[in-house]
Design a protein around this ligand. Structure first.
Ligand code: FAD
Length: 482
């Protein structure tokens, strides 16, 4: 009898244990994606993620058709859709890949119990992580809260192998159940803000492997030196593919291991080693989210819940940050890259996040929400970790009193100005010396470069030194209050 494979954040065919097990079971395979917005709990997909999902589902359907199969699309509550599909196809088993967000865990548990009560065979698999959070414990039997020992522990453990490939064809059910029209889900934006996304991205499994191949061919060996410079392509840009499961960390691990295999060297270079550790940060993020499931809205370090944030009643400060109009070029470049492409370089994510929580003293949750809506790689685990790291309130976080100075960060990591010039074109003609602090440039330099502060580019919305002092004072207040 047929097996339903409920696809979620595992939108690929290779290294797919649930699909492989369904094929091996012998009957027909019914791959389904369920559009169940309410089932995502407090974190329904943001706009940029919906754009990605639309294209990813189209790509997955194409790939399944290549195997003589197809992707069934259905909207509705997951349990109801799965029950209907079982009735329509005569399926007796439902397989899926596990998820780790608190809302998904709760929903999946309920679905599993209900289907088992109906008599179905229900199995779930690990397809998203090298090491699932419930399998990792520190010496005291608790979860890790510091990255280095966590990663050392992971490195010492055996890795799961990549799942064997699917057969050339997947058996179809006698009749295919009805399928929604993807466009009817209206995942694509009505306004054309996503035009720049299509230039930058190719969602789907093929796009993921192209990105990995380009990275492993050229960039990976320089990764440890170049990954902090947003003006060059020094990182893999695999994050959205990883989030949607179009490629797995097991596949990435295997590809990186193969690089030095001829010479018997692993990892093949310092770059490869540092890169794998970043994939390790993703694992760490999932570990923290799983074990501390209140952290998407609440700081892991509880004392930070009482932080004296600044009131921004009419939302002026938040909007200036969102729109890339803070007057700090590196911050504005990052926020505009995010809006235009759905992605932002990690170094700049740290700078803009620090700016929001320290210079503007606005709650990190407001930043996390904006990222959630605008990133194509929006991921509850990594986004929560990133924001709490930046706000100094998470596990193994940057200490709060370390305030990134945007002008220095700009000079250090975008010294030749390529990044700022690309995303803040109104400053493009300024010489490097003044590019990261236009308000310090002599009037004639600004005029020659066509920059009119307050007219075509904003004055800084806060003064760096004053903002820094106020942030540190607020931190002192928190510590004394606690
Ligand atoms: P690479 O440098 O090539 O790294 C390879 C992979 O490792 C990435 O694709 C990613 O899956 C993982 N990774 C790298 N750095 C981190 C990290 N610090 N934490 C967790 N995983 C990491 N990443 C997301 O995937 N989704 C998010 O929603 C997200 N929000 C963030 C918010 C803030 C405030 C900050 C500071 C960071 C956030 N990150 C997030 C982490 C990081 O910025 C991105 O993963 C990275 O920029 C993606 O680019 P890349 O694929 O080229 O990374």
């Amino acid at each position: 009898s047929p097996t339903i494979v409920w696809l979620r954040q595992d939108l690929r065919l290779a290294d797919h244990p649930a699909l492989a097990a369904a094929a091996a079971r012998g009957g027909a395979v019914v791959p389904v994606y369920i559009w169940d917005e309410a089932g995502e709990g407090d974190w329904p997909l943001g706009g940029a993620s919906r754009w990605w999902l639309h294209h990813s589902l189209a790509a997955l359907d194409d790939a399944l058709q290549g195997k003589g199969s197809r992707l069934v699309l259905r909207a509705g509550r997951a349990i109801e859709v799965l029950r209907a599909l079982m009735a329509e196809t005569g399926a007796t088993a439902v397989y899926w890949s596990r998820r780790y967000e608190p809302g998904s865990i709760k929903r999946d548990r309920e679905v599993k119990a209900a289907l088992r009560e109906d008599g179905a065979e229900v199995r779930s698999f690990n397809s998203a992580l090298l090491h699932e959070p419930h399998t990792i414990r520190n010496k005291q039997g608790g979860p890790f809260k510091v990255f280095t020992p966590f990663w050392r522990h992971c490195l010492a453990r055996e890795k799961e192998a990549v799942t064997p490939d699917l057969p050339a064809t997947l058996r179809s059910p006698q009749t295919w159940p009805t399928c929604d029209d993807l466009s009817a889900w209206k995942l694509l934006p009505r306004r054309d803000w996503a035009d720049g996304f299509s230039e930058r991205w190719r969602p789907g499994e093929n796009g993921a492997h192209e990105a990995l191949a380009a990275f492993a061919d050229e960039v990976i060996n320089q990764y440890s030196d170049q990954r902090n410079f947003p003006g060059i392509r020094g990182t893999s840009r695999l994050s959205p593919y990883l989030h949607f499961g179009e490629i797995s960390p097991r596949q990435i691990w295997a590809a990186v291991a193969a690089l030095g295999a001829e010479r018997g060297v692993f990892p093949a270079s310092k770059g490869a080693q540092v890169f794998l550790a970043e994939v390790g940060w993703r694992e760490f993020a999932y570990h923290l989210l799983f074990h501390f499931d209140h952290t998407p809205t609440h700081p892991l370090r509880d004392e930070f819940a009482a932080f004296p944030w600044r009131a921004d009643e009419d939302g002026t400060l938040l909007r200036a940050w969102q729109n890339g109009r803070t007057g700090y070029p590196i911050v504005d470049a990052g926020m505009r890259e995010l809006w235009a492409t759905g992605w932002m370089h990690n170094r700049v994510r740290m700078v803009v996040a620090s700016f929001l929580v320290k210079h503007l003293r606005l709650p990190w949750q407001r930043g996390a929400e904006w990222f959630w809506d605008t990133l194509v790689d929006a991921d509850l685990a990594s986004n929560t970790l990133g924001w709490q790291w930046s706000a100094g309130c998470g596990a193994d976080a940057a200490p709060y009193f370390r305030v990134f100075a945007p002008v220095l960060q700009g000079g250090k990591f975008d010294g030749d100005g390529d990044y700022v010039r690309r995303w803040v074109p109104e400053l493009a003609s300024l010489p490097n010396k003044h590019l990261h602090a236009p308000w310090e440039a002599p009037e004639q330099v600004l005029t020659a470069a066509g920059v009119a502060l307050g007219r075509n580019y904003p004055h800084p919305i806060v003064d760096h030194k004053e903002a820094r002092d106020a942030a540190l004072a607020a931190y002192q207040e928190l510590r004394q209050g606690g």
